[in-house]
Design a protein around this ligand. Structure first.
Ligand SMILES: [Zn+2]
Length: 405
């Protein structure tokens, strides 16, 4: 395929026929403006990576009938090499492999996926390929619970409705993400109505309206989702498409989706991991411990949150590609904050600024040590999936530290 990087400019809303030609990993080179309306300053190392783009011929020409479901069981699956349309084909395979296709209205499934995919913006990081990566990581965990040869280990913990909620939660968890975080959206409130009104009827600021959903998991931790501007928006958009669920499933699966999406707010991470550790202790004391229903609901939501932080379970090169994209998105926000009135809005958040590759590696190594490894290690203690991902996090931490010296 003869396609130049930067071809698909100025196209925030992608029509269905284009999905086969859109690869999210190329979009950051686009000279389109950021959400705040500024020209994007592209991080040098990312621009080089895009310009030396790999030969993707063999991926572009692959047809869904040639996709082997076993490929998804590689925790290092190269999602970024596929187009949005191909990733939808892969999700159809995930539904099939988890025997979820018959749990939804089958004739509506592909249209649902296309609609959700189209509602993902082409920002540097929080795009549809990121959503796919979560979905695939969750699939990988589910298929490996109790060990790689234990195909049905997932049913020890989860019902079919839980599993469907996990997968749908992953697919929709960042839909319409503008590439700016909650703090930015809250302080520049003017943007919110425009951001949310495209898909919902209100400004998503709080969950005070009657039709909003709450999270039992967060309530159990003594917190709520009132300031989770983005997560409330993602959830509300997802709920518009729940006509794929048969009536008898709608309530329980919708609640499972809400738990997963609302628990992806990073401000809840500390409380979530503390709770996870208390469940982990029970499994360490008694490896045949049977979790309560409340604990199962929590673990299902925790899988979505952990998979949202799964970039560092990948092999180093693969993980670094994702890391550069989040760095770009943070830097976009930093640039936008620099241009705000600092007296009115306060100074820009300095951690968002990209300050060269060594500083990036240092902060990623710290993120590995303090956030990623403690959470994934406890999740592994409980669910006993393949340890390869824990080894991978440790290896990444080591290489990042070496690279930051
Ligand atoms: Zn995410």
């Amino acid at each position: 395929m003869d396609r130049q990087i930067g071809d698909m400019l100025n196209s925030e809303t992608i029509i269905e026929e284009d999905l086969q030609n859109v690869r999210d990993f190329e979009n950051v080179i686009m000279k389109t403006k950021t959400y705040a309306g500024h020209e994007r300053e592209i991080i040098d190392i990312l621009a080089e990576d895009l310009e030396s783009s790999e030969n993707l011929e063999e991926y572009v020409s692959r047809k869904p009938e040639d996709f082997d479901p076993k490929e998804l069981l590689d925790h290092n699956f190269h999602a970024y090499k596929y187009t949005r349309g191909q990733l939808i084909d892969w999700i159809m395979i995930i539904f099939d492999q988890l025997e979820l296709t018959s749990e939804v209205y089958q004739d509506k499934l592909r249209d649902f996926l296309v609609n959700i995919c189209n509602a993902y913006r082409r920002v540097p990081y929080h795009h549809f390929t990121h959503a796919f990566s979560l979905t695939n990581a969750a699939y990988w965990i589910l298929k490996n619970i109790g060990g790689p040869s234990n195909e049905d280990g997932m049913y020890k913990f989860f019902s079919k409705d839980d599993i469907l909620g996990i997968i749908l939660g992953c697919i929709g968890h960042d839909v319409n993400h503008p590439g700016m975080n909650n703090a930015y959206l809250i302080k520049t409130k003017d943007n919110l109505f425009e951001l949310c009104s495209k898909y919902t009827d209100d400004d998503c600021m709080t969950t005070d309206s009657d039709d909003s959903m709450s999270s039992h998991v967060l309530e159990g931790l003594g917190t709520d989702n009132k300031n989770s501007v983005l997560e409330n928006m993602h959830l509300k958009i997802m709920m518009r498409y729940m006509d794929i669920l048969p009536k008898d499933k709608a309530e329980s699966v919708s609640q499972a989706i809400a738990e997963g999406i609302l628990c992806t707010d990073m401000s809840k991470h500390g409380a979530l991991v503390e709770k996870l550790k208390t469940i982990g202790d029970k499994f360490r004391e008694n490896d045949s411990y049977t979790p309560t229903q409340e604990e199962r609901t929590f673990l299902a939501a925790m899988i979505v949150h952990a998979c949202d932080l799964s970039g560092l379970i990948l092999d180093y090169d693969h993980s670094f590609k994702w890391g550069m994209r989040i760095a770009q998105e943070f830097h976009d926000q930093y640039s936008a904050e620099e241009k705000l009135d600092h007296e009115k809005y306060g100074p820009p958040m300095s951690f968002l600024k990209y300050s060269g590759v060594k500083a990036f590696k240092k902060s990623q190594a710290g993120f590995c040590e303090n956030i990623i490894l403690p959470m994934w290690q406890v999740l592994f203690d409980i669910l006993q999936f393949d340890k390869v991902v824990i080894d991978s996090i440790q290896e990444n931490q080591k290489l990042l530290l070496e690279g930051s010296a």
